[in-house]
Design a protein around this ligand. Structure first.
Ligand SMILES: NC(=[NH2+])NCCC[C@H](N)C(=O)O
Length: 408
């Protein structure tokens, strides 16, 4: 099967998601901020909510791929396994002695268990339960419940670490330390998993190699007509966007990138926390966003990039022009600024379109959902009482790999 995402709203045919698991049980009031969660999740409830999310996707015709299963299957390829284990367990990360011990354990595990370990991390006690240990300074200076390998609870947000842009995929280098190891899993999956391995898909970015040129998928929206909207945000840097732009332009599938200059703060960490596309030429936007300055990037002469700066008030007309239409339909829920801030915080603007005019969004954002319904959008409500605690909604929790083209 081919892969292609040439819009934000074409009928969703295939998507990667991650069911929250044991990694969530590593969250504590002490470490949650570093791990980018605002609260501890009740795991069983979060799983129920996530299963509902997955079921809606399937009922509407999308094939759901689970990240942890893709990872387990990838680990069956010997080269992929060494690639990941070399990166995760080595003398720099664990010290030479503990690295040897944990690596031997990892090699001995069935792949599904290893995939879980790589995502959930491992404590000293868990390691010593299953191995004889070694004279390791690292282990000797740890408490039993300390983590030798830290967990990756933000794998829940599959949108961010890799994102499909037209016919290729960008494997992203992540801004926050707590998410950087996620990238290695996607590097291995796209390189060695049988689903992707032979498919000749262009890589717009190959992962960790991008280093500080970070781009996160929550900032990238494939608005169609060869255009891409990207937030310059807390997470996505200007150098990341410029690097991506030069690759996309060389690839010939993208003719225009609109970079939106966002304020750098956690509430608006990615572009999709403040606006998402819900229908043809239609966005739902956080009421207090206002309009932001944008820069238009186009292929220039001699592999260069031509950059035009646009004033804030031109934001929507610049996007409309890129889509080849006269005017955007911008749906802003009429509500007081406290309600707007609350619903934005709870991912009210973070919708996932699964067809033009059909979106998934958290049930808790009652004002926004009602307003969108009143404006002809079909709203499929996902329970989000627990899932929302990680600050990400249906858009963040999905990495579409295949969408049908939208007819004009
Ligand atoms: N596309 C998004 N808005 N993703 C939200 C990611 C939330 C996650 N806790 C983080 O801080 O990284």
């Amino acid at each position: 099967m081919g892969f292609s995402v040439d819009s934000e709203i074409g009928k969703l045919k295939q998507v990667i998601i991650h069911r929250p698991g044991k990694e969530m049980l590593r969250l504590t009031p002490q470490n949650k901020d570093h791990l980018l969660f605002d609260d501890i999740l009740w795991l069983e409830k979060a799983q129920e909510e996530h299963d509902r999310f997955a079921q809606i996707l399937r009922d509407r015709g999308a094939e759901v791929l689970y990240l942890q299963e893709l990872l387990a299957q990838t680990l069956q390829v010997a080269e992929a396994k060494s690639y990941i284990l070399d990166y995760v367990f080595n003398e720099n990360t664990c010290g030479p002695r503990a690295a040897q011990t944990v690596r031997a354990l990892a090699e001995s595990l069935p792949e599904p268990e290893l995939a879980e370990l790589l995502i959930a991390g491992i404590t000293k006690a868990e390691l010593l339960e299953r191995t004889t240990g070694a004279d390791s300074l690292v282990l000797s200076t740890m408490e039993d419940d300390d983590l030798l390998l830290t967990p990756l609870p933000n794998h829940l947000f599959t949108r961010d670490t890799s994102c499909w842009i037209y016919g290729g995929v960008s494997i992203n280098s992540m801004m926050m330390e707590a998410r950087q190891r996620e990238t290695i899993h996607y590097e291995a999956i796209y390189r060695w998993h049988p689903l992707f391995a032979g498919s000749d898909v262009p890589l717009w970015s190959e992962g960790l190699a991008a280093g500080p040129a970070t781009v996160e998928g929550g900032d990238v929206q494939i608005i169609g007509n060869g255009a891409v909207l990207v937030g310059v945000s807390e997470r996505t840097t200007a150098q990341g966007i410029e690097r991506l732009a030069s690759r996309l332009f060389k690839g010939g599938q993208v003719s225009q990138i609109i970079a939106v200059e966002m304020s750098k703060n956690r509430a608006q960490m990615h572009l999709d926390t403040v606006m998402t596309m819900v229908d043809k030429g239609t966005f739902t936007v956080y009421g207090d966003l206002g309009t932001l300055p944008t820069l238009t990037l186009r292929p220039g002469d001699a592999e260069g990039i031509e950059i035009t700066r646009n004033a804030p008030e031109e934001m929507y007309s610049v996007i409309a022009k890129a889509l080849g239409i006269d005017k955007l339909r911008v749906l802003v829920t009429p509500q007081d600024s406290r309600a707007a801030a609350r619903e934005q915080w709870n991912d009210g603007s973070n919708t996932l379109a699964i067809a033009p005019g059909v979106i998934l969004t958290y049930d808790r954002n009652v004002n926004t959902n009602q307003f969108l319904t009143d404006h002809g959008i079909e709203v499929l409500a996902v329970p989000g009482a627990e899932l929302g605690r990680g600050r990400g909604g249906p858009h963040c929790m999905s990495c579409p790999t295949l969408r049908e083209p939208v007819d004009a």
